[in-house]
Design a protein around this ligand. Structure first.
Ligand SMILES: [Zn+2]
Length: 441
């Protein structure tokens, strides 16, 4: 299931990008009976770090450490900011962690072996949380939610993640004590195929799932969802194809976990695929806009309408709004003539704060490539996020062979500090994966 999802994501990536939504969040006075707008401030004890929401790999950051469960999620690695050390999160003496430098040959007794679902890693309240693959027919579950100490010890199973109504859950998110996920369901009724996208939410403190259906939409064809979290709200960017308009559309929907109420903030065309999607602590919703192939505008939703707030077009070649981080808009361009993969030396990046001020505009440094094993070919930028101080990028490479079957793949996590003198690149870590034993661990 994970492999299929990863494949779908790769397929979808090129056609992603559009959107914005900017209805002001509910009056704080209605929320807590006072005018304390901090009700929406990010709380590291309980809240999703939106920089790392809806990614393929699991990434989490604390003041001292960056955690990374790359790609297939087998191993949980950490980068120590003070020492620069990058290693599996395992303090067991004599442990080999994984064999032959290959993360697909893990030592299962290793503390760092977490076998996590895509992107299902969170750091909250001084604990690490993750969803691990774990077949549990008695609970109709294929994965389980775990919690452990930041050093990888004291693993504790919180609950099996049961499948609601036979949906294949995807892309878990954790926020304020609730687990969120979406699924895409196909049903055949009277020879007509109906497809729907559903979002479920469950508390995590009951030892078992107690789902609330938060959202459902009949979409008729493949659709997907990205989520962000602010205060009691889950914001979903639901991407679907509108058959009547014959266009990609997005529904930006928010759900209040405290009241159980939901509302659509925007529903229609003009938005990208949801990777460039952000909600600030005031509930302002931002997104890439997408019209007639133009993805150079950064927009927001105001009173149900889409409004352009920043333009990344350029006389020497337009940039496209690729991702949005915490207070930073990340735009890219690449003039590689072959379509895929792009030439890594041809990436330009343009970083601006939400007021439009340019933080950096120029080459995207790619010195990390030299640190990958010889013969690796640049494959893609898998993640790009950050804030006004630094950008975090995750890249993948492949070792091509003649048949393009079972090619080893790897990747690199890079931090770019934004300075007056440009981007200062630091390699946080790399990984290598090669399928052995027909993929049987
Ligand atoms: Zn180990």
């Amino acid at each position: 299931m994970k492999k299929v999802l990863a494949f779908l994501l790769v397929l979808l990536l090129p056609c992603l990008f559009l959107c914005a939504c900017g209805k002001k969040a509910a009056d704080p006075a209605q929320e807590g009976g006072n005018e304390n707008t901090d009700v929406y401030a990010y709380d590291p004890a309980t809240d999703m770090d939106n920089r790392f929401a809806s990614l393929r790999s699991g990434i989490a950051e604390t003041e001292d450490v960056i955690y990374w469960a790359p790609n297939d999620g087998n191993m949980l690695m950490y980068y120590d900011k003070a020492s620069g050390e990058f290693a599996p999160l395992c303090g067991k003496p004599e442990c080999e962690h994984f064999l032959n430098g290959n993360m697909l040959e893990p030592v299962k007794s290793c503390n760092a072996y977490v076998n996590a679902e895509n992107g299902a890693l969170w750091y909250m309240g001084d604990k690490l949380y993750y969803a691990a693959y774990e077949n549990d027919p008695a609970h109709n579950a294929f994965s389980a939610l775990y919690r452990m100490d930041p050093d990888g010890t004291n693993k504790e199973k919180l609950m099996p993640i049961s499948v609601p109504e036979n949906c294949a859950l995807q892309n878990y998110q954790l926020h304020r004590g609730r687990l969120y996920s979406y699924c895409y369901c196909k049903e055949v009724n009277d020879a007509e195929i109906n497809c729907s996208l559903r979002i479920y939410s469950t508390p995590i403190d009951k030892g078992e799932c107690d789902y609330t259906l938060v959202y459902e939409r009949t979409t008729y064809s493949l659709s997907w969802c990205r989520m962000r979290f602010v205060g009691p709200y889950m914001y979903a960017f639901v991407c679907y194809h509108d058959d009547e308009l014959n266009e990609s559309c997005a529904d930006i929907y928010r759900w209040n976990a405290d009241t159980g109420e939901g509302e659509s903030l925007y529903d229609g065309p003009g938005l990208g695929g949801g990777n460039a999607f952000w909600v600030d602590e005031n509930g302002e919703v931002y997104s890439q806009m997408y019209t007639d192939g133009d993805s150079s505008k950064f927009g927001r939703i105001v009173n149900g309408e889409l409004e352009a707030v920043m333009d990344f077009s350029d006389p020497t070649g337009d940039f496209y709004v690729s991702r949005i981080g915490n207070g930073v808009v990340i735009a890219l361009r690449n003039d590689t003539e072959t379509s895929w993969p792009a030439d890594p030396e041809h990436y330009d990046i343009w970083l601006r704060d939400f007021d439009g001020k340019t933080l950096y505009k120029g080459k995207l440094p790619m010195a990390w490539l030299a640190q990958m094993q010889k013969g690796g070919t640049f494959w893609s930028i898998d993640a790009l996020t950050g804030d006004e101080n630094a950008i975090i990028a995750e890249y993948s490479v492949r070792w091509r062979n003649a048949t393009h079957q079972n090619e080893p793949l790897g990747g690199c996590l890079v931090r770019y500090e934004i300075t007056e003198n440009g981007l200062v690149e630091t390699v946080l870590g790399t990984y290598y994966e090669k399928i052995v034993n027909n993929g049987l661990l």
